[in-house]
Design a protein around this ligand. Structure first.
Ligand code: GDP
Ligand code: MN
Length: 380
């Protein structure tokens, strides 16, 4: 679960990391009074769960409360990288002297946290890795032993920070690591972490991801009550969880609907092996009926970039004829004219295929062929 910037700030603040002062607002009037109260130039920052807000126009620095109000009314309600801006963070604008990068990330392969540090902050870590791979330093931490002081020294060893900054940074690495551990995070990234001309170190931006298993921790629940949808969800993910469906978004162009996690995963594998590119997948679970199929189809095809749909259903409790009827009903309601291939096996499969046939919907068996069929249709 990705936290919004201001939520991450709450955790960093508790961990003793210095942050520019500021507050979250939802109206231009409140932005004006926040700026007035800060008595400095302010940065107005869109609170949406995506990176690269600066480049996309979601961060504006203004000099007066009047401008804060004008800029806020432009930003509020507008769209930033597909997300509606409902909240803004108004923070004192900082004069940056040096931009650093610091993160703690869970390396799932090695099952350990890794601390990553660079003096080339302010741009994405991927960009630093490409431009200046030597400027990235990292330390793997044994979770049972914890962070040792020598590891912090090694991390910062070649950074050429002056004595005062080095000492400040050493303390901050420990605090950021503690923050990662204490809140069950899988990522705490501060970028940029900046020094001002008085050697003050401030976290200007942060990205915090909390492990879903840590969701119930008190500090997290206080920020995000359990009955609230996680705010890192896209519109379609929210719709799916309201329907009680497992739905995940990917990058490709073929929507996938299946029943049961195992079947869905193997459908994705086969589709990829045959050269297809899944756009998303939805698990309708057991006992899917016609209505559920209809909702699922509409959800999967609502994602922009979906050019075709592959349905793979094993009929056990779920009867194939009901599934087929759902697909037909869905097409009746939204004749999207997208290529569709359905694979039905199990209970009442013949009846199911007949319904599809009568409606002119392609069915295929085995899965290899169904995958090839949808790939060919989408590429046409
Ligand atoms: P992101 O684009 O979503 O990563 O948002 P950031 O908060 O990291 O802002 C992007 C960039 O805007 C930063 O790398 C800074 O260079 C700049 N920026 C953000 N806040 C301030 C500020 O208070 N003062 C100055 N001078 N620059 C800022
Ligand atoms: Mn940033």
């Amino acid at each position: 679960m990705r936290l919004l910037e201001y939520q991450g700030r709450t955790l960093l603040d508790k961990a003793g990391i210095n942050l520019p002062e500021g507050q979250v607002v939802q109206t231009p009037e409140d932005a004006r009074s926040a700026a007035l109260e800060l008595e400095t130039s302010v940065a107005i920052k869109a609170q949406v769960p995506v990176g690269g807000r600066g480049k996309a126009g979601g961060i504006k620095i203004v000099d007066t409360p009047e401008q804060a109000s004008t800029v806020s009314s432009d930003l509020l309600g507008s769209d930033l990288k597909g997300e509606t801006i409902n909240e803004l963070l108004v923070v004192e604008a900082v004069t940056i002297e040096q931009e650093l990068y610091l993160s703690v990330i869970l390396d799932r392969e090695n099952k350990r946290p890794v601390i990553i540090f660079s003096t080339s902050g302010g741009v994405d870590i991927e960009q630093i890795a490409e431009d200046k791979p030597d400027a990235i330093h990292s330390q793997e931490i044994d979770p049972l032993i914890g962070l040792r002081s020598y590891q912090i020294r090694e991390l910062l060893y070649s950074s050429e920070l002056n004595q005062a900054r080095l000492r400040t940074m050493m303390n901050s690495v420990r605090r950021v690591y503690d923050c990662f551990e204490d809140y069950g995070a899988t990522l705490v990234e501060i970028n940029p972490f900046v020094f001002t001309s008085n050697d003050d170190l401030l976290a200007l931006d942060s990205k915090v991801i909390i492990d879903d298993e840590s969701r119930a921790r008190e500090e997290i629940v206080n920020m995000l009550p359990m009955d609230q949808p996680a705010q890192n969800e896209t519109e379609l993910e929210r719709r799916a969880s309201e329907l009680g469906l497992q739905y995940v978004e990917l990058e490709g162009n073929i929507g996938v609907i299946g029943n049961g996690a195992g079947l869905v995963m193997s459908t994705l594998d086969v589709l990829s092996q045959r050269g297809g590119d899944p756009a998303n997948f939805l698990d309708v679970g057991g006992g899917a009926d016609a209505q559920l199929m209809e909702d699922s189809y509409s959800l999967v095809t609502s994602k922009s970039g979906v050019e075709g749909v592959l349905v793979n259903i094993f009929g056990g409790i779920t009867r194939c004829d009901k599934i087929a009827q759902g697909v037909v009903d869905a097409l009746d309601k939204s004749p999207a004219d997208l290529p569709l291939v359905v694979r039905l096996t199990g209970t009442n499969e013949d009846a199911g295929r007949e319904i599809l046939n009568d409606y002119g919907i392609a069915s295929a068996e085995p899965l290899n062929e169904a995958a090839d069929e949808i790939i060919a249709r989408v590429n046409n």
